[in-house]
Ligand binder design. Structure first.
Ligand code: S3P
Length: 166
């Protein structure tokens, strides 16, 4: 059984996934970290040196060559991963997909690291992206209110997992 967390930048996917890993022993996977390791560059460097298209292709390769073979993992995805290249359908086939939902204004209040996030350099553009992603994210199996502590989000997710295995 895999637990897959999706949602906009700053919604708490990685820290919630880490909490779930600690509580359950599920293996922790973060798609951005896999790509950084593979490319030997940070996400910001990949975007500036190779471009977004290259990054999206790398994400799709992680889905097809790595995530498809995961079992008993908790997976934090990059914010755009489910919204490109048919990745969402694949994610839904390999585990329970949770959308960590949070108002844009709340993300702005969080001290998120914008330098590491090439698509969060300009707040107006980030807001447009946020709105354009809602429909995609809504296709998740479950929506979780992520406007609370990561401990609470993790607890809610674990209480929602259906008992039958994926
Ligand atoms: C992106 C989100 C980032 C990272 C990249 C692109 C996006 O991940 O994958 O900067 O398109 O929303 P986080 O959601 O973990 O910040």
């Amino acid at each position: 059984m895999n637990i897959i967390l999706i949602g906009f930048m700053g919604c708490g996917k990685s820290s919630t996934a880490w909490k779930i890993h600690k509580q359950t022993g599920l293996r922790y996977i973060d798609t951005d970290r896999i790509i950084e390791k593979q490319e030997g560059m940070t996400i910001a460097e990949i975007f500036s040196k190779k471009g977004e298209k290259y990054f999206r292709n790398a994400e799709n390769m992680v889905v097809n060559r790595y995530l498809k073979f995961c079992s008993d993992c908790v997976i934090a995805t990059g914010g755009g991963l489910p919204c490109h290249s048919g990745n969402m359908e694949i994610l839904k086939n390999i585990g329970w997909v949770f959308y960590l939902q949070i108002p844009f204004d709340e993300i702005l209040k969080r001290a998120i690291n914008k330098t590491h996030r090439p698509l969060f350099q300009d707040e107006k553009k980030a807001k447009i992206l946020y709105l354009s992603r809602k429909e995609c994210y809504s296709k998740a199996h479950f929506k979780v209110n992520a406007n609370k502590s990561t401990d609470e989000i993790a607890k809610e997710i674990l209480s929602m997992i259906p008992t039958s295995r994926c």
